[in-house]
Structures are given as structure tokens and as C-alpha cells.
Design a protein around this ligand. Structure first.
Ligand code: NDP
Ligand code: MG
Length: 388
């Protein structure tokens, strides 16, 4: 039995991780954490019987305790709860499937407890890649990518350890608004942004895909995971989402990973790495697939990607500012308090206004996040829906 702990069990990645646990039969969930969805969480606890669970609010934890009083399961809450689940002594691998920078501290704690990390929570590497990667080396733990593009690159690199990467070709679907003008984008709604053409995911990452901020975050994630320089990462729009990413080596050879858009594959690959296990589901049908097309990303129209490159070039705490501003802005967009185009306007304004720190420590990353959130909240209070 391979023992795993999951942060964000009730989300898109979390539930698909549990689908794999259910299908494989040789994985055991020892601990898991959720946010607020305690109805689904209770069902999951009854099915997978971990010995430790955590929810965000103390009130929810009390409610959950009463509900599962018949089970021998310890219930904890808050950041201490997330940390306890992340460091559960029984687990070998932690699946980080919470959304946002909330995943940072538990991931650090898990690495320091010697857990391998199946990393879905890209915000962790975006904000603290400079701390996480050396820490993983120091504690001799593996960071196993779950993000489909990074899993594709990781798979393409298998057996190539001593070979130099020339370039990473990070593919992007282009999102639901590919081909639209700024004028057209000024009228798109939340419902439009939540309609991703190929992938079914949580709301925050779906909006990130519509702004291309997700691709920006993934460029940063790739830089840290694979130790390449920024000019070595090229974003390629491949609207059918058939090629999940590619690696070009120094001899000009390009290795790609292809498949249907099914997140269970990269999740399962991370959980069993380096072993491949069978996975039920659709297969690519090359007879039905008429074409795979490519284009360059439109960084003029979609500022999310251009700003990510700027943030990376500035380095230090700028990626944290970029990420935290995006988290705050997307939360406002999901509440329909700001428009789609205001998301990247807010990111840009924060990048100009918030304090930049050259090589931030963990505490400084967290204080930068707090400063950005305060800045965004203050501006919203002042200006209401006419944000900037
Ligand atoms: P979801 O919104 O579907 O799920 C988020 C999970 O985090 C839920 O279980 C939620 O709990 C939990 N959560 C939120 N806030 C807290 C909190 N304060 N304390 C504890 N748990 C909390 O997100 P996704 O699954 O889509 O994404 C998760 C991560 O994976 C993100 O970083 C995303 O970028 C990344 N990722 C996702 C992909 C996908 O296909 N979905 C693909 C590649 C990367 P609850 O619902 O109970 O409130
Ligand atoms: Mg991805």
C-alpha cells in the first residue's frame, strides 16, 4: 500500500485523486484536508477512512466532529490543521491540491518532514520556487508535477537526466477567448470565462486560463521545476489540447507527450512515478483527430502572459505580487465585482505599487501577499466597481 495525504480533497484535482485511489486499490489515504464543503468531505471520509482530517473553519470542524462521531477520525482545523495533514507521519506522498498561496506553508512543512510532493498547487513554486527547489534537494524529496504540461515535460525528460534541455515548448489551449480583440474582451462575462474549451477544472484556474495568467504561472513553475532560464521557455498555442508540452534537446530532437485532456493521467503518473499503471478512459483517436494546429500566443491582447514574463524578469518578490494580485482580482471577478479586463489591470497596478524585495524569505513572501491583498481591498473599497 502506498500511503498518501491530500490537501484540497473536495476540489477538482482532489476528487480525481480519490478516483484513482478508488480505481487502483493499492493506495491508502491517511490524512486529508478540505476547505468548506463538509457535505462532500463527510462522504469522502466515510469512504476512504483516513485517521486525520482538517477543514478551514473551526465551526465546520465542530460540525464535522459531530457528524462523524461514529468513526475513529481526528478532526482539526485552520492552518495548524493543514500543517498536520501535510506532515502526517503515516503518509509518504502529499498531494497539494488546494488552490492559491494557502498551499505554500503546508508544502514547506511536508518537505521538511521528508514527504514527496505530488504538486498541483502551482502557486507554491511561483511564489517560492527559489526556496522550495533547494529545500527539496536538501531533504532528498521529489517534487512530482501534477500540472498536465509539467507532467508532460517530466515524462519527456525520463531517462534524459544527463542530457541538456535546449528549450521547453509549453503548450496552451489559448482559453475560451482565443482570437478575441480587447474591444470584444471588454464585454465578456463571468459565465463566458468559466467555459473552458477542453478542460474541466476549479473556478480559479478556469478564469486564469481565460486571462492566460495560468500560462504565465506555468512558465514560472516550469522554470523552477526544470531549472531552465526564462528565454528557454516558449509558449505555443495548440488549441486542441492534444500535445500537453514538449522538450527540445540540444541535438534539435523534440519529444512530446500526447493524450486526451484527462487530469487523472498526470495525477496517477505522479503517484506511481516512475511506474505506469493502467488507467481506464478515452484514448486519442488519430483517425478522428483531423488536425493539430499551432500558433503564437497573443500577448498584446492577453496581458496576463506578458506581465508574467515581466514579473519573472524582475524576480525577487515580483512573482508573488503578480500571483497574489491575481488571486485577489480573480476572487473579485468571481463575485462579479470587477470586469474580466480589470483582472490584469489590477495585477499590473500592484506590480507598480507594492514593495519589491530582492530575495524574499518565506515570511517576506507571506507579508508581500498580505500587502497586496490589503492594497487590492483598499482600492476596491475606495472605487467600488470602478476599480482603477
Ligand atoms: P478547486 O477550486 O476545484 O479545489 C480547491 C480545493 O482547495 C478544494 O478542496 C477546497 O475546499 C480547498 N481549499 C480552498 N481553500 C482552502 C482552505 N483555506 N483550506 C483548506 N482547503 C481549502 O481547485 P482545483 O482542484 O482546480 O485546483 C487546485 C490546484 O491545482 C490549483 O493550484 C490549480 O492551479 C492546480 N491545478 C488544477 C488543475 C485542474 O485540472 N483542476 C490542473 C493543473 C493545476 P472546499 O471546496 O471544500 O472549500
Ligand atoms: Mg496546466
Amino acid at each position: 500500500m502506498r500511503k498518501i495525504a491530500i490537501l484540497g480533497a473536495t476540489g477538482s484535482i482532489g476528487t480525481q485523486t480519490l478516483d484513482i485511489v478508488r480505481a487502483q486499490g493499492d493506495l491508502q489515504v491517511t490524512a486529508m484536508a478540505a476547505g468548506h464543503n463538509i457535505d462532500l468531505f463527510e462522504t469522502q471520509i466515510r469512504e476512504f477512512l483516513p485517521h486525520l482530517v482538517s477543514v478551514w473553519e473551526e465551526g465546520d470542524a465542530l460540525d464535522l466532529k459531530t457528524r462523524i462521531a461514529d468513526l475513529n477520525v481526528k478532526v482539526v482545523s485552520g492552518m495548524d490543521g493543514l500543517l498536520a495533514v501535510a506532515c502526517d507521519p503515516d503518509s509518504e506522498i502529499l498531494v497539494t491540491a488546494v488552490v492559491g498561496m494557502i498551499g505554500l506553508q503546508p508544502t514547506v512543512a511536508a518537505i521538511q518532514s521528508g514527504k514527496n510532493i505530488a504538486l498541483a498547487n502551482k502557486e507554491t513554486l511561483v511564489t517560492a520556487g527559489h526556496l522550495i527547489m533547494p529545500m527539496a534537494k536538501e531533504y532528498n524529496v521529489q517534487i512530482l508535477p501534477v500540472d498536465s504540461e509539467h507532467s508532460a515535460i517530466f515524462q519527456a525528460l525520463n531517462g534524459e537526466n544527463s542530457n541538456k534541455i535546449d528549450k521547453i515548448l509549453l503548450t496552451a489551449s489559448g482559453g475560451p477567448f482565443r482570437g478575441k480583440t480587447r474591444e470584444e474582451l471588454s464585454k465578456v462575462t463571468l459565465a463566458d470565462a468559466l467555459k473552458h474549451p477542453n478542460w474541466s477544472m476549479g473556478k480559479k484556474i478556469t478564469v486564469d486560463s481565460a486571462t492566460l495568467v495560468n500560462k504565465g504561472l506555468e512558465v514560472m513553475e516550469a522554470k523552477w521545476l526544470f531549472g531552465v532560464d526564462l528565454p528557454q521557455i516558449q509558449v505555443v498555442v495548440q488549441p486542441q489540447s492534444v500535445i500537453h508540452s514538449m522538450v527540445q534537446f540540444v541535438d534539435g530532437s523534440i519529444i512530446a507527450q500526447l493524450g486526451t485532456p484527462d487530469m487523472r493521467l498526470p495525477i496517477q503518473y505522479a503517484l506511481y512515478y516512475p511506474k505506469r499503471k493502467s488507467l481506464a478512459g478515452d484514448r486519442l483517436d488519430f483517425a478522428a483527430l483531423t488536425s493539430i494546429t499551432f500558433e503564437a500566443p497573443d500577448t498584446q491582447t492577453f496581458r496576463g502572459l506578458a506581465l508574467a514574463y515581466e514579473a519573472m524578469k524582475s524576480g525577487g518578490s515580483m512573482p508573488t505580487i503578480y500571483n497574489a494580485a491575481n488571486e485577489a482580482a480573480v476572487a473579485l471577478f468571481l463575485e462579479e465585482k470587477i470586469s474580466y479586463l480589470q483582472i490584469t489591470e489590477i495585477i499590473e497596478a500592484c506590480m507598480k505599487s507594492c514593495t519589491w524585495i530582492p530575495a524574499p524569505k518565506l515570511t517576506e513572501i507571506l507579508s508581500t501577499e498580505a500587502e497586496v491583498r490589503e492594497w487590492v481591498a483598499m482600492k476596491t473599497d475606495l472605487h467600488g466597481s470602478n476599480y482603477i
